[in-house]
Ligand binder design. Structure first.
Ligand SMILES: Cc1ncc(COP(=O)(O)O)c(C=O)c1O
Length: 379
């Protein structure tokens, strides 16, 4: 089954109990038990719910995994998975990891005596040098936010296998449609379903997929015990959003590729960061592990003043935290995703006062180009 067909038929899309063509919202906390001694599929919604289970099967199908898990946010998924580590473990994380993950690893994990090293993943030798006797996890996120730096998944997986490390990968930017970490040997894949999977900027959710039975059993207990389960209404909205994900993503990625080329040639733009451009230093690595450049790009306007002028004249994209909606979204990493780190650290990472990130929606390409052109004309 190919991807678009899989999105419509590859997991429970018809309700097995009633035949409803859309999985109903089983809006219930508990289930009447016919017999106190007999086990039944569902007993209590924190342990499992048919609407949420359909979504969990859905993410497993899309990622090519045996097991899927749904959480109340991308961060709930990330933090619950990272808590699978034990006291005394060490984790290696890329320098440009998502801000929330950075905060969790730096501020929360030390309370459980779990150490971390933040490393430049563009150099595999640097990553290998960071491995300690107690290293347990190699955490991957590619392309990175907001500079779209690329890490070589296959090389990182080979390194992890050599040192018997568990690989965990945040695949939010590329989605399971365009990058399949488990096929590349990653052990656990995480998606913030808040973004492209749901696609309509109306839900916060996280999904996890994996193949290892022992880890799946452990994660089932953690999901149930931490209790950061996904709400039924939200699971239903994602199930609905996922059905159109193929055509949504196709249009968003086409828009991103066209806009990246347009901006790269524009005299007012100093630099464009997009792994689908041949000028991107690691576009070959990216395109060997992902189907296209994705729907997110960043660009350098040179100064805070230019950012202010440009964004006040922009009409179509909304200015917001987040990405992956049907509407284009412009974010200012300096005051949004990267607000919690110091200016010095931001500049070290390349998050300058002139940097903007654009998540392309599904608007007509011509309209987006016209809007960008007119806003740039004020600089
Ligand atoms: C790459 C990435 N991972 C994880 C998250 C966290 O997801 P959520 O906001 O759903 O908790 C985000 C949110 O922006 C993200 O961009």
């Amino acid at each position: 089954m190919l991807e678009n067909t899989k999105l419509i038929h590859g997991y429970p899309v018809v309700d097995k109990y009633t035949g409803a063509a859309s999985i109903p919202k089983y809006q219930t906390s508990t289930f009447n038990q016919k017999d106190v001694f007999e086990k039944q599929d569902y007993s209590y919604t924190r342990f499992g719910n048919p609407t949420v289970a359909a979504l969990e099967e859905g993410i497993a199908t899309l990622e090519g995994a045996k097991y899927g898990f749904a959480f109340s946010s991308g961060m709930a998924a990330i933090s619950t998975v990272l808590m699978l580590m034990e006291t005394g473990n060490h984790i290696i994380v890329p320098n440009e990891v998502y801000g929330g993950t950075c905060q969790f690893v730096k501020d929360i994990l030390p309370s459980y005596h779990i150490e971390s090293s933040f490393v430049d993943y563009s150099d595999i030798e640097t990553v290998e040098k960071a491995i300690l006797p107690n290293t347990r996890v190699l955490y991957i996120e590619t392309p990175s936010n907001p500079l779209l730096k690329v890490a070589d998944i296959k090389k990182l997986v080979a390194l992890a296998k050599k040192h018997e490390l568990v690989t965990i990968m945040d695949n939010t930017f590329m989605t399971p449609l365009y990058q399949k970490p488990l096929e590349l040997g990653v052990d656990i894949v995480i998606e913030s379903a808040t973004k492209f999977l749901n696609g309509h900027s109306d839900v916060v959710a996280g999904l996890v997929a994996l193949n290892d039975e022992r880890i799946a059993e452990q994660l089932t207990v953690y999901q149930k015990s931490f209790g950061s389960i996904l709400g039924i209404e939200d699971a239903w909205l994602i199930l609905r959003g996922m059905k159109t994900m193929g055509i949504r993503m196709e249009k968003s990625c086409q828009n991103a590729a066209t806009i990246a080329e347009f901006l790269e040639k524009h005299p007012k733009i100093e630099k464009v960061f997009y792994p689908g451009l041949s000028s991107h230093p690691d576009s070959d690595v990216h395109l060997s592990q992902a189907k296209n450049g994705g729907a997110v790009l960043s660009f350098e306007l040179g100064s805070e003043e230019n950012v202010h002028t440009f964004t006040t004249h922009l009409n179509l994209p909304i200015i917001a935290v987040s990405l992956g909606g049907v509407e284009s979204i412009v974010s200012y990493p300096r005051t949004m995703s990267h607000a919690c780190i110091s200016e010095e650290e931001r500049l070290k990472q390349g998050v300058t006062p002139g940097l903007l990130r654009l998540s392309c929606g599904i608007e007509d390409t011509e309209d987006l180009l016209t809007d960008l052109e007119q806003a740039l004309s004020y600089l």
